[in-house]
Design a protein around this ligand. Structure first.
Ligand code: DX5
Ligand code: ZN
Length: 226
């Protein structure tokens, strides 16, 4: 069943950026490549933009999941779509026109995602959950790789899952930040199916093995779902 397919999205934020094309050759089993765009404004850190996304697309067949940690995403979303992003996820906190933006992304044939920071309540998704293909529950405050998973995130994942069930929609529930084989079962038991992992993949010598371990741990959490 598609709903129960656990996928890992390695975040290239933790990859060796000097050898990015090589890094992308060794992520067998990944569902998506997770692309963290940061603007030094919405989050304190600054990373890469649509030009690098286009380069990633040309280096891998794996679909690209663009996580836009940027202010005014309305301005830049068309650029990420043109660069070939398969999923475009914007932050709810960063736009006043979430539904319009989600519709634009879908019209261009990509999956539309909405992300919420740890400090943002799940209730804000009430007006957008029917317009998106993916909900990203941040499990750290965005900006940096290698941070510690916030345990209170589990309750938020369960709330998103319950809201979606009540509304008869089934967006992908993605989690991002501090994910490892240790907590993958818990986040999947709570409702997540797409697990972003930066340091837990690119911090390991054998990336494919790391991806498999996270996937298997996630799958073991599915049986705990009520
Ligand atoms: C954090 C980014 C994450 C980050 C995750 O702001 O959105 O995607 O790369 O890194 P880890 O898995 O190391 O916490
Ligand atoms: Zn991310």
């Amino acid at each position: 069943m598609l709903e129960n397919k656990i996928q890992v999205a390695p975040s290239i934020l933790s990859a060796d950026l000097g050898h990015l094309a090589d890094e992308l050759r060794f992520i067998d089993g990944a569902g998506y490549v997770h692309f963290d765009a940061m603007d030094g404004h919405f989050v304190p850190n600054l990373t890469f933009g649509p030009g690098v996304l286009a380069a990633v697309k040309s280096a891998t067949q794996t679909p690209v999941d663009a996580h836009l940690m940027i202010s005014n995403p309305d301005q830049m979303v068309p650029e990420y779509l043109a660069a070939g992003a398969d999923v475009v996820t914007f932050h709810y906190e960063a736009t006043s026109h979430a539904n319009r933006l989600a519709n634009l992304i879908r019209e261009k044939g990509a999956k539309a995602g909405v992300a919420i920071n740890p400090g943002t309540p799940v209730s804000v998704l009430d007006a957008i959950v029917e317009d998106v293909d993916l909900v990203l529950v941040m499990t750290v405050n965005p900006g940096f790789g290698g941070q510690k998973f916030i345990p209170g995130s589990l309750r938020k994942i369960r709330q998103v899952k319950a809201m979606c069930a009540e509304r008869h929609v089934a967006p992908i529930i993605e989690v991002d930040g501090g994910i490892s084989p240790t907590n993958a079962a818990d986040v999947c038991a709570a409702g997540a199916t797409l697990l972003v992992a930066g340091s837990a993949v690119f911090g390991k010598a054998n990336r494919a093995n790391a991806i498999r371990k996270i996937t298997e741990a996630g799958e073991s959490g599915l049986v705990r779902r009520a």
